[in-house]
Design a protein. Structure first.
Length: 141
């Protein structure tokens, strides 16, 4: 499965549903993880492990970055030399329902969504400005 190609096409279709870039940006959240996970997410999509009910996201990219750094710190204790934590922007499909307890992820205190309700954005769409520029390019507005 070429997740990146499917996600890109799907993301463009989703972007066209919004009248403004600001409306589109309201559907964007951020996910912090270890750097090596970003390529896996873009290739295969989000996956949840045993005992997990959803993918943690936050509306604050700095909070996601803090989580990514803490995840990387924990990993570094196990295996020295791994890369830094990173953040990926995520489109949350309208109507997405929280996984687990509504509105709370017990690990981070932020949202947690089912993987099928999330579209990871390509690496070059990390900031709100880059995402707004993508919307403008996609919609021609």
């Amino acid at each position: 499965m070429n997740w990146y190609r499917e996600a890109k096409t799907s993301l463009e279709e989703e972007a066209r549903k919004y009248k403004t870039a600001e409306e589109f940006l309201r559907q964007i959240e951020w996910h912090g993880t270890r750097s090596e996970n970003i390529d896996k997410i873009l290739k295969d999509g989000f996956k949840v492990g045993w005992g997990q009910k959803g993918v943690s996201t936050t509306q604050d990219p700095e909070e996601a970055a803090e989580y990514a750094e803490s995840a990387e710190d924990a990993e570094a204790e196990e295996a020295a030399g791994s890369g830094a934590g990173d953040v990926i922007a995520v489109y949350v499909r309208p109507g997405a329902r929280m996984a687990g307890k509504p509105g709370v992820d017990f690990l981070t205190g932020t949202g947690s969504f089912h993987p099928k309700d999330l579209i990871p954005l390509p690496k070059n769409l990390k900031t709100e400005q880059q995402i707004a520029d993508f919307w403008h390019k996609t919609t021609g507005k």
